[in-house]
Design a protein around this ligand. Structure first.
Ligand SMILES: Cc1ncc(COP(=O)(O)O)c(C=O)c1O
Length: 173
């Protein structure tokens, strides 16, 4: 059987049998109550930090949230942040950076020596296509966000799968 993988979104990828089995097993594991107490989430965060070569990882519901947290960590009201004109944060995040952090995107500008956030929504797909470890692609970034629900067959909840990590040094996160 040929498996078609559509990388656009969680809307188009279905969980594999192995993924469904893993979900069933995970539902039987002990869970935690407080922040960062859930052992399964802690394992995911540790694995994510290792794969991206960063000190720490934080599980968050969506990549947009991870991007906005990354902006909020570094920007103060009145700041601008440099980005591409077609970046998700410009085209699809509804001006959230200005509402939440008072920071405005400035598309197309360049600068040196500023902290870099990598919106790596599909970084593992890119790393696989390039035949390189994802940590190579993330090397220059201070913080990285990535999705687990972009064609990786993570389970959707109704039409949505909420699975994302924000990576960076522990002191930054
Ligand atoms: C490059 C990029 N960044 C961020 C996002 C937002 O992801 P989420 O739906 O998890 O907020 C997407 C969604 O497709 C995306 O393509």
């Amino acid at each position: 059987m040929v498996m078609k993988i559509d990388l656009r979104s969680e809307f188009t990828a279905r969980p594999t049998a192995a993924m469904v089995e893993a979900m069933v097993r995970a539902a039987q594991l002990p869970s935690g109550f407080g922040l960062r107490e859930d052992p399964t989430v802690a394992r995911l965060e540790a694995l994510a930090a290792e794969k991206l070569g960063k000190g720490d990882a934080l599980f968050v519901p969506t990549c947009m949230m991870a991007n906005q947290i990354a902006i909020h960590i570094r920007c103060r009201p009145g700041d601008v942040f440099l980005t591409e004109a077609e970046a998700h944060v410009v085209t699809s995040e509804s001006g959230a950076a200005s509402a939440l952090s008072g920071a405005m995107p400035r598309p197309g500008a360049r600068a040196q020596g500023v902290p870099v956030h990598l919106d790596g929504a599909r970084i593992f797909n890119a790393a696989t296509a390039l035949g390189r470890p994802a940590s190579d692609l993330a090397e220059l970034a201070e913080t990285v966000s990535f999705n687990l629900n972009k064609g990786l067959c993570a389970p959707p909840l109704r039409s949505w799968a909420f699975l994302c990590c924000l990576l960076g040094r522990t002191s930054v996160l």
